[in-house]
Design a protein around this ligand. Structure first.
Ligand code: TMP
Length: 256
């Protein structure tokens, strides 16, 4: 790892220079943070699971014509991605009330929303990623009107596709957060999905028991965080069954 030049270190991932111009290597750490990094832990194997789950989601989304930054997985913790200029917005799609929406509007967690809601937060850790409206986004030019059209329609397509994908394995997609980037190819500029899609960035509940299978297990001290992520991977068919448990992976090295 030391041979690669680090471009950026985030809370859960590191970006390194890629082997070709226009590419980067995205490395998934085991670090977990919540409440703007006030709460921290290292969860053995989380990075390996998120690398695999995000690969699966991005590959499936590309398969239904939703362009994204994923090129290929390199090893247990790294994937090759297209370099993009990240649009400084967290795009949140909600199907069921939970988390900050429940708190903000006093709607009980688990209440089905009348329709999918799309919300935006400004990506700014110092400010705690504040909720912003399309008015703010336009006024401060964080994204162009054309980019916003693409972002909203893509976010809703991602929601429809992922809701079905998870429902097929008895998981309710409660809400999720995605990010978009500007991809430049010569004179051509496209808005593509970037970052990651994993139980760190989604709320996933078992349809029957409502058991949480996502990062809320960490945020709310419920325990069994990597076990829940492993269960998501297992249901999606990413981890092959072997004997009693899922796949044998040495999470510390990522060697199978
Ligand atoms: P929220 O209810 O806390 O606003 O979260 C909405 C969704 O966004 C939920 O699926 C978790 C995800 N999320 C992130 O991916 N990163 C974040 O920093 C936050 C606050 C939420």
């Amino acid at each position: 790892m030391s041979r690669k030049r680090m471009i950026y270190e985030g809370k859960a991932k590191i970006l390194y220079e890629g082997p070709e111009p226009g590419t980067l290597i995205q490395y998934f750490k085991d670090d977990a943070t919540a409440f703007n990094a006030e709460k921290r832990a290292v969860l053995d194997g989380k990075g390996v699971l998120n690398n695999r789950i995000s690969e699966f989601m991005m590959t499936r989304l590309a398969g239904v014509g939703i362009p994204n930054h994923f090129i290929k997985r390199l090893n247990m913790r790294e994937q090759l991605i297209r370099k993009v200029e990240i649009i400084p917005l967290e795009v949140i799609v909600r199907n069921t009330a939970a988390g900050s929406l429940s708190k903000r509007l006093g709607i009980e967690e688990g209440t089905a929303l009348p329709r999918a809601l799309v919300e935006f937060s400004l990506k700014n850790d110092e400010l705690g990623d504040p909720l912003v409206s399309e008015e703010h986004i336009a006024a401060f030019n964080w994204a162009s009107p054309q980019e916003m059209d693409e972002i909203i329609s893509t976010a809703l397509r991602v929601n429809d596709f992922m809701s079905g994908l998870f429902a097929a394995v008895n998981i309710k997609l409660v809400d999720f957060k995605i990010e978009f980037g500007r991809h430049f190819e010569g004179d051509l500029q496209r808005t593509i999905l970037a970052d990651e899609i994993s139980p760190d960035s989604c709320r996933l509940w078992d349809f029957d028991t409502q058991e949480k299978l996502d990062k809320d297990r960490f945020r709310r001290d419920l325990g069994g965080v990597t076990e829940a992520y492993t269960e998501v991977a297992r249901r999606l068919g990413i981890l092959k069954e072997s004997g009693q448990g899922a796949d044998i992976v040495d999470f510390s090295t990522g060697v199978k």
